[in-house]
Write a protein that binds this ligand. Structure first.
Ligand code: UD1
Ligand code: UDP
Length: 355
């Protein structure tokens, strides 16, 4: 079994780490890094900390408009597939690297395996929604994290090759929680007390690229009355400067993006997590920390239905009110993202089909 894996953005490095380990126990993996994320703090740090093998191909595509970036990846991934002739191509999630990989493979009749298949926000203005719908419709194996994802695919007429396998992000958290405990020192470094601070992340285009929404979020952060940490995504740093907005509240520590182990340490110690990230919403659930999501909808509807995640849009008052009042009793919350052995399950299925 020879699999070409395509990754390019921060959350994909984290998802690929456990799956990559499982592939290499049973077959050959050719790892392709598109270069969508390239700063040390957005890329190298994850390869080092999570011991992800060095990419066999680095495409160095970098930041561009959607079409230019996706197109450049498509052409270069095609070359890799032509020379490597794999049995399958594996992609994660919903970024431009995902759709570029899926499309390049589909056109060469290389079967596509999609991890995190079936997720939907039903908001086609999100670049991620377009990427995930198209990737699902080109995939031979659709590895869904939840029952909801399976239902979404069914409603689009996709029932073959659909597997509810759980979420590889739980595998990553379980594998790295102990390491984070031993190695991470960000709590000390930032002089934070457990349960006494908020963890913030903002990077979604719908928030950063809309000056009114970005301003509403900044107003909320500037009105916070408890300590908060904001590892700032480079997109957001750029958009804040372009919009002439600044986080001036001395209680909010704006820092560079951090490594995964530091992030896990902050997540388990935060009083609440305020985010627009897909992955961080799930990690809040795993860490049993209330999550306040600055979006109008979420793909992770289970977390909202179970009452652990509250959608507050980019609304200053709603964000502040939720920070003040949103509490969660995690004692009776079931596990809905699998058992932490999703990578092995995915490999069982691929091995059965590919030998
Ligand atoms: C991408 C994904 C998004 C995912 C996010 C994870 C798409 C369409 N979006 O969004 O779904 O949630 O990754 O973090 O694929 N930049 C740097 N250094 C870097 C990377 C980016 O400075 O290493 C800056 C550049 O100005 C770039 C901007 O961030 O233009 C946005 O980067 P891009 O990869 O296009 O999108 P993300 O917002 O990171
Ligand atoms: N993350 C990290 N350092 C940071 C911010 C996020 O390691 O400074 C991790 C986070 O723990 C999660 C993943 O990155 O595992 C989420 O990525 P991101 O929010 O960029 O993208 P999304 O999940 O929204 O696509």
């Amino acid at each position: 079994m020879k699999i070409v894996t395509v990754v390019g953005a921060r959350p994909q490095f984290i998802k690929a780490a456990p799956v990559s380990r499982a592939i290499r126990e049973r077959g050959t993996e050719i790892l392709v890094h598109t270069g969508q994320h390239y700063d040390t703090s957005m890329s190298d740090v994850f390869f080092e900390e999570l011991e992800i093998p060095k990419p066999d191909y680095h495409l160095h595509v970098g930041s561009k408009s959607h079409g230019a970036q996706t197109g450049a990846m498509l052409a270069k991934i095609e070359e890799v597939l032509l020379s490597e002739k794999p049995d399958a191509l594996l992609v994660y999630g919903d970024t431009n690297s995902t759709i570029a990989g899926a499309l390049a493979a589909a056109k060469l009749h290389v079967p596509v395996a999609h991890v995190e298949a079936g997720l939907r926000s039903f908001n086609r203005r999100m670049p991620e929604e377009v990427n995930r719908v198209l990737t699902d419709h080109t995939s031979r194996w659709l590895f869904c994290p939840t029952d909801t994802a399976v239902r979404h695919l069914k409603s689009e007429g996709i029932t073959e090759g659909v597997y509810q396998v759980g979420d590889v992000m739980l595998d990553a958290v379980l594998y790295n929680a102990k390491l984070a405990n031993e190695k991470a020192n960000i709590m000390q470094k930032l002089e934070l007390e457990s349960g006494q601070f908020l963890l913030l992340t903002i990077h979604r285009a719908e928030n950063t690229d809309d000056p009114a929404r970005l301003q509403a979020i900044v107003e909320a952060l500037n009105a916070l009355t408890m300590p908060a940490v904001l590892p700032l995504h480079p997109r957001t740093r750029g958009k804040l400067a372009a919009a002439g907005l600044a986080i001036t509240n001395p209680l909010v520590k704006c820092i560079e993006p951090i490594g995964y182990l530091d992030m896990l340490q902050l997540e388990v110690n935060a009083k609440k997590i305020v985010t627009d990230s897909g992955g961080v919403q799930k990690e809040a659930f795993f860490a049993k920390v209330p999550c306040i999501t600055m979006r109008d909808e979420t793909e992770w509807t289970e977390t909202v239905e179970l009452g652990t995640n509250l959608l507050v849009s980019a609304n200053t008052e709603k964000i502040l009110e939720a920070i003040e009042t949103f509490e969660v009793d995690f004692s009776a919350i079931p596990s809905v993202f699998g058992n932490g052995k999703t990578s092995e399950t995915i490999l069982d299925i691929l091995q059965k089909d590919l030998g």
